[in-house]
Design a protein around this ligand. Structure first.
Ligand SMILES: Nc1nc2c(ncn2[C@@H]2O[C@H](COP(=O)(O)OP(=O)(O)OP(=O)(O)O)[C@@H](O)[C@H]2O)c(=O)[nH]1
Ligand SMILES: [Mg+2]
Length: 316
């Protein structure tokens, strides 16, 4: 039986089942999701969005669990979107996320959702963005995006958050390897988790050293490096981390950084949608038989894709 589409009103009222159904429609690339998003869009852009990325197993979900507790104490509702691009199914890692955040599963003010690679044309970042819009419209105060920091996809995903936090841990061997290139540039805050382990302090110094090498732009935000322990009984640093996130929001609001980030995201989003639209339009317009013939000819090296693109482009 087809999944029924929730009304915008149901989502806006924060009805958790409606929110979950909307997320499933997005996962399934159901065209009704677009109509719903159209109605929800004016009600989005209110939540505080935090992106958390970093090495696999560095304790991201454990930190998220602590952050949920922190925000719940302040009576803020929290939605968590855990992105696992490595798995085409809702597999082990996501189950791990659930277990890590188990103490919050009965809390109605906490919504946890996993996103895997499925989803529509335009890819993971597009469908993740849409899920963010749904939970934003549903009124969650804080939205946390967790991704494993490996690919370009994830860099794109965390960049849609208002703040990007990069988590790393001591003991990964070469300290330089501890933070993947690309992540160094996008971090607003560094978290050295598992600081109960040997080498945490050295890693902090190392990251600070790397940050000092960057040319300092006046009035820019210097990413702080925070040590945390995200598991009992020695949990620590989470309050400092949350406080730093709050300071960042103050700074980013005052300096109009949030507005610039939002515009950058809207531009990216617009082009993602446009690309998806153009591709599906093109696929519809090129007769299937012609396409197959062209592809076969390219495969046999009778022609090349460059000439074929020009030909098709002129034809259309
Ligand atoms: N010693 C220690 N272990 C921790 C700490 N934080 C998390 N862990 C453990 O590290 C393991 C991985 O934690 P997760 O929170 O699942 O890590 P993750 O980064 O979300 O993992 P993936 O999503 O699979 O990439 C678990 O066994 C945690 O209990 C910490 O501060 N100290
Ligand atoms: Mg995790």
């Amino acid at each position: 039986m087809a999944l029924s589409c929730p009304t915008a009103k149901e989502v806006l009222s924060g009805n958790i089942r409606a929110v979950a159904r909307a997320c499933r429609l997005i996962d399934d690339a159901d065209p009704r999701a677009r109509d719903l998003l159209r109605e929800l869009y004016p009600h989005t852009g209110r939540a505080l969005t935090i992106g958390l990325t970093g090495n696999p197993g560095s304790g991201k979900s454990s930190i998220v669990d602590c952050l949920i507790a922190h925000y719940r104490e302040q009576n803020k509702s929290v939605a968590v979107i855990a992105v696992d691009p490595s798995s085409p199914y809702t597999g082990g890692a996501i189950l791990g996320d659930r277990i890590r955040m188990q103490r919050h599963t009965l809390d109605k003010e906490v919504f946890i959702r996993s996103v895997a690679t499925r989803g529509h044309m335009g890819g993971l970042s597009l469908s993740t963005g849409e899920i963010v819009h749904v939970v934003d419209a549903a009124g969650y105060d804080v939205i946390i995006l967790e991704t494993v920091g490996v690919g370009q996809d994830e860099v794109e995903i965390v960049s849609m958050a208002q703040i990007t936090c990069v988590v790393t841990v001591p003991g990964l061997g070469d300290d330089i390897q501890a933070i993947k290139a690309g992540l160094m540039e996008i971090a607003d805050i560094f978290v050295v988790n598992k600081s109960d382990k040997e080498g945490a302090h050295r890693l902090v110094q190392h990251i600070k050293g790397m940050l000092h090498l960057k040319t300092h732009v006046p009035d820019s935000w210097e990413p702080p490096v925070i040590e945390t322990i995200a598991v009992p009984p020695k949990e620590s640093g989470i309050g400092t981390f949350a406080g730093t996130i709050a300071s960042y929001f103050e700074w980013a609001t005052d300096t109009h950084t949030l507005i610039s980030k939002r515009k950058a995201y809207e531009e990216q989003h617009l082009f993602d949608l446009l690309k998806a639209k153009v591709e599906s339009e093109l696929r519809n317009r090129i007769p299937k038989a012609d396409l197959e013939q062209t592809i076969a000819a390219i495969a046999q090296r009778v022609t090349n894709p460059y000439d074929e693109v020009e030909k098709l482009f002129k034809l259309l």
